[in-house]
Design a protein around this ligand. Sequence first.
Ligand SMILES: C[S@@+](CC[C@H](N)C(=O)[O-])C[C@H]1O[C@@H](n2cnc3c(N)ncnc32)[C@H](O)[C@@H]1O
Length: 245
Amino acid sequence: MFYGLDDAKAARFREAMAAIGECYPRLFASDMLITVDRNMSFYDDTQFMRSFQAAAETAQERSLIWRLHVLAWAGEHCRHLAGDFVECGVFRGFSTAVLAHYLDFGKLPKQWFLYDTFSGVPEDQRNSNHDNSEVFQVSELQAYVSKRFEKYPNIQVVRGRVPEVLAEQAPASIAFLHIDMNSADAELGALEQLFGRVVPGGMVILDDYGWFYYNEQKHVEDAFFVGAGYRVLELPTGQGLIVKR
Ligand SMILES: C[S@@+](CC[C@H](N)C(=O)[O-])C[C@H]1O[C@@H](n2cnc3c(N)ncnc32)[C@H](O)[C@@H]1O
């Protein structure tokens, strides 16, 4: 799946992909990412594929497989560390559903805190360079997410605005921190509250860091991490990765 093309451009794009596919049959073209001749070994990870296919309900979710592979790899690393898991920006809980299944999270001696307004980016936190007022006003979204994770007693769904809600309820020690709110203001607030709690070896994944249309987030996040003595690794998936020392 590729975003932002009208029908005519989409048709030309498909023709171009077909031509590339004739030259390089081992082609990945999805989620604004095109690669040729890569191993893509996540397709051979039976447990990952089972978890991904069980959770992915739409073509858009299925397009995110490489991003989910990154998250699953990070989650597998972080499960062996002290500290809990956190996601800021949950929407329908897709990525957590894949990872929780993949890691059999219900059996881990950890908590996973999921934070969302469940009503989109608050008006005063919207990026100025991108219209991120998109319709996340899914009715009963919180109820859907709570139901989705009810089989995991150690996953807590917390409705509230980041960063303010973190003062009310947040783990003292964090192994895995996934930030995906499409808002520079909210994401910076989350980092200011939570990065200090990430344990050595713990990982932070910034979902939108490498996406050009979300570069307002990259700018504030780069400044935050330079101040903390870190540099963010921009992944080809569009995610940003930081490993805490
Ligand atoms: C791109 S979606 C998250 C997608 C999710 N990580 C997944 O796996 O599908 C962004 C979410 O961030 C939430 N959000 C935006 N600003 C927020 C804030 N300040 N506090 C809490 N949630 C926020 C929105 O309500 C929306 O559900």
